[in-house]
Every structure is written in C-alpha cells, then in structure tokens.
Design a binder for this molecule. Structure first.
Ligand code: HEC
Ligand SMILES: [Cu+2]
Length: 310
C-alpha cells in the first residue's frame, strides 16, 4: 500500500514510540553486556583446556567476594532500571490525558470502523490531528481482534462484549499502517487499516468536509427517541438517565458500581445483568436491535446529558 507497510523498523510517529525504541535498544545492549563476556570466557576456556593441552587442571575452587557481589548487584541494578523505565511507559500507556480526543472503534470480521465525536464515520482509515492526544474506546462485534499501530508502538486486544482502550499522540503528519494482530479468521491478514495523521489545520478541514449532519450525541438522542427509551426512563418506571454517567449506582444485589461507558453499554444490551436497586426487571434486551456502534452513540448521548446536568 505504501512505504510504511512491512518495514522491519517502522517509522516513529510518536514520542512514546521513541521511548519504547530506546528501551528496547538499552535492554538489548544490557543483555549483550551480560552475554558477550560469558561466551568469550566459554571459548577461552574451551581453547585453554582442550584435550592434550598441558594446562594446570587442579585449581582449587576459591571464592572471590568482590566478584560474587559484582555479578549479583550490577545485573540487579541494571534490571531494576529497565523495570522502572518500562513501568513508566506502561503507566503512560494506561493513562490517557483528560483532554484526549475520543474516537470509538468497532472491529468485526474483517474491518475496522471508526466513529468520531462529531459524527464522522470511516472504515479502515482513521484520521487524527498531529500533536493531540487521541483516545480510542474499542469493542468487537464478533471475535477477538487486536488493534496494532507499529509506528506508535502500541497494540491492544479488542474484545467482544467489553470495552478496551488505547491512546496515543502522533507528532508527525503522515500515513501509517495499522494491523489486526490477533488471528481472527480467513481474512485476518487483510484486516488492514491506515492511520492518517494530519496537521491540526488540515484536520479541521477534514472534519468539516466529512461532517455529518449530527454529532455522535445527536445521533444517540435520535436512537433514544426511536427505541422508546423515554417511555420508561422519562416516566418514573425506570431511573432517570440525565445525570447517570460517571455516577455511582446502587444495585439490587446491594453492591455499587460506577456508571462508566462499560456499565452503560451492559445496561442497554444486557439489562438483567446489573439491576438498579428499587426497579423491576422490565427493561427489554436491546442486543438484537442495537449494534455496538449504535450503543456508542447512545452512550455519547448519556454522557452529554450528564455534562449538561452538572
Ligand atoms: C420497558 C421500560 C424500559 C425501556 C423501554 C428502557 N429501559 Fe432502561 N431501564 C429500565 C428499568 C426498569 C431500569 C432499571 C432496572 C435495570 O437496571 O434493569 C433500566 C435501567 C437502565 C440503565 C441503567 C440506569 C442506571 O441508573 O444505572 C440504562 C443506562 C438504561 N436503562 C438505558 C436505556 C436505554 C438507552 C433505553 C433505550 C434504548 C432503555 N433503557 C429502554 C426500563 C426501561
Ligand atoms: Cu481481526
């Protein structure tokens, strides 16, 4: 497709990618530091004590405390440094900034679907602005997939029935390869996508050119009316949904949950899974009516309601 596909050392599209590469290079160098002396000594001794060589063979083993301490402590410190550096990167990868741009991802055999907050939708191509954090909330409509951005050095399984998350900040505009990294059936190898990183101004143009008439929350509001949610939720038969997002919800079994995206998704698709305390289990299952993308729109609407509600 383009030069970024099938490169052994992919382009570095983010600062995170640069840090990961330094970690890999540093770790490899440290391993070489441990391994090379062992192999050098191995061959020296093989040579020196080969058969027929009149070498002195009755050395008593003698201890040498400084050497013992050195080979225990130095590798320990080296490994600890690598551990701390990788723990830091892991922490960064798990902690999206608050102001990240949000994109909803739905995977299925065999394509990637992306929904932007403005309502723009694309398949197998993802447009993002450079130098801005982007957070992907991902779910699969069938089997396990895995979204892999080699040029960003990030990869995350995309699971059916459960949201997972990736975030990144691309620094350089360009087009980068995106892969499915979990074998998912016949056309797994063809489950490719492109990441198009645009300069912020070009990104604004792209948004405007691809603008849909309604943003994600408006589309969710339409679904909310279309599927009769209001008949229960705005009538007292069901909990009001205006401020529910991110609130703590008391469940019928006595436990408490935070109404995050995953909880709201499950409430819509599997209403009997977690019953809200004080209500009857009368909510119908929407799993055969709404697909994951529709649920993402409803959740966007409920989120917006909560933001207005504050
Ligand atoms: C027939 C009535 C009915 C309809 C229609 C209905 N719900 Fe519900 N819903 C309920 C009831 C009752 C509860 C509380 C009991 C439970 O958890 O199932 C509930 C719970 C919820 C919750 C969890 C609320 C909380 O406070 O934790 C969400 C979210 C939700 N519904 C969303 C929807 C959406 C979105 C629709 C439309 C696609 C919808 N509901 C349609 C009756 C309904
Ligand atoms: Cu796949």
């Amino acid at each position: 497709m383009n030069e970024h596909f099938l490169r052994l050392w992919p382009a570095q599209a983010s600062d995170y990618a640069v840090s990961v590469d330094w970690l890999v290079i540093g770790f490899t160098a440290m391993m070489a530091l441990f391994v090379v002396p062992v192999f050098v000594a191995l061959w020296v001794f093989i040579w020196r004590y080969r058969r027929g060589r009149p070498a002195d063979r009755d050395h008593r083993p003698q201890s040498n405390l400084p050497i013992e301490l050195a080979w225990i402590i130095l590798p320990f410190i080296g490994s600890l440094v690598v551990f701390l550096l990788s723990a830091r990167l892991f922490f960064i990868a798990r902690t999206p900034p608050e102001d990240a741009l949000e994109v909803q991802v739905t995977a299925r055999q065999w394509m990637w679907k992306f929904q932007h907050q403005g309502g723009q939708r694309e398949i197998n191509t993802l447009h993002v602005p450079a130098r801005r954090p982007v957070k992907l909330t991902m779910i699969s409509e069938d089997v396990i997939h895995s979204l892999f951005f080699p040029s960003l050095r990030i990869k995350q399984d995309v699971l059916p029935g459960r949201y997972s998350m990736l975030w990144f900040q691309a620094e350089h505009s360009g087009t980068y390869g995106v892969y499915c990294a979990e074998y998912c059936g016949t056309d797994h190898a063809a489950m490719l996508a492109r990441l198009v990183v645009l300069n912020p101004a070009d990104y604004e143009h792209w948004l405007a050119d691809n603008g849909s008439s309604a943003d994600l929350a408006r589309q969710g509001e339409t679904l909310y009316r279309q599927y009769g949610c209001a008949s229960c939720h705005d009538s007292g038969n069901a909990p009001p949904l205006a401020g529910v997002f991110n609130r703590s919800v008391q469940l019928a079994d006595g436990s408490q949950v935070k109404a995050d995206e995953a909880y709201l998704r499950d409430s819509i698709l599997l209403p009997q899974k977690q019953l809200v305390a004080g209500y009857l289990p009368i909510m119908p299952t929407y799993s055969n009516l709404l697909d994951e993308e529709a649920v993402q729109r409803l959740v966007a609407y409920l989120r917006e309601l909560a933001e207005k509600h504050q």
